[in-house]
Design a protein around this ligand. Sequence first.
Ligand code: ZN
Length: 321
Amino acid sequence: MEADVHRLDLNMKWSPGHVAAYLVEGDGLALVDAGVAPDGNQDGEEELRAEFEAVGHGFEDVDAVLVTHPHLDHDGYVREVVKKSNATVYAYEEVAEPVDIGEVEENAREKVREAGIVGEAAEQAVERWLDGVRKNVELLPAEAIDVALSDGETFEAAGLGFEAVHTPGHQKDHLCYACDDLLFAGDAVADSFRPIIYNVGFDEGMFGSVDVCYGTFDRLADRADETRRVYPGHGSVIEDLGAAVEGSLQSLDELIKDVRTTAAAFDEPTALDVTFARKKPEQEIGHLIFDNIAALGYLEKQGHAESYVEDGVRRFRVTEA
Ligand SMILES: [Zn+2]
């Protein structure tokens, strides 16, 4: 049976201003993501409902909800859809494990300091990170996941065959869903931009996130021949997965190069120093810092930089500029 895909476009208050969900019709109806709110767009539920109606459906018709990753622009309305439909919810296996907020806070406090954020700004950064985690847990609690998917696992939903493809980088629990020659990509790859590398956020392993990203791009590139069309969370539908991955790889290479040049111009910068120096006036440190932390970690792994921690703050030194 061939899948019939309807794209649902939703407005979002923050960049890039919109997010897509997809209704995938086979024998039944699968929904890939259901995002936005709270406060990303107050009218989001009405919009989602209207998008459903525009393609002749209601929330109650959904048999399966496939969540790409637990960010509210992708899972904000999962519960509302499930309330009406009793649909089966699928997500990556780690999303089905309870989150220990105390542990998240402790790690965040340590890692925020390590990044060079101190004083009032450190409190704000920790609070902001915790707020995001709490929101995600509230919108998609562990117990809301009916089927915890592992990488490569195949399953049937709406009478269609799907494969879960673990694609961390933007977020550690990120899945793409392959359905025959279609790929529902979430935020793993987009047409005209590269989603930020949050991956683990302010947590252990944050310096390893670029390697994780490269791994994901390699995996996606390997699927380019068998993939006819890609439905991303943001931006237009992609007809050439290979080219889109190539664009993301270039963007990642440029990030690393630019972070290297910027860090070299400093005397032992922190991740915060590098982020400030690289950011455009309108850009927010809160999000960008993750790209910069990841790039600095990668430079160190590659032997292009060294770092040491003093008084809880990590400083980098580019060894060959
Ligand atoms: Zn997103």
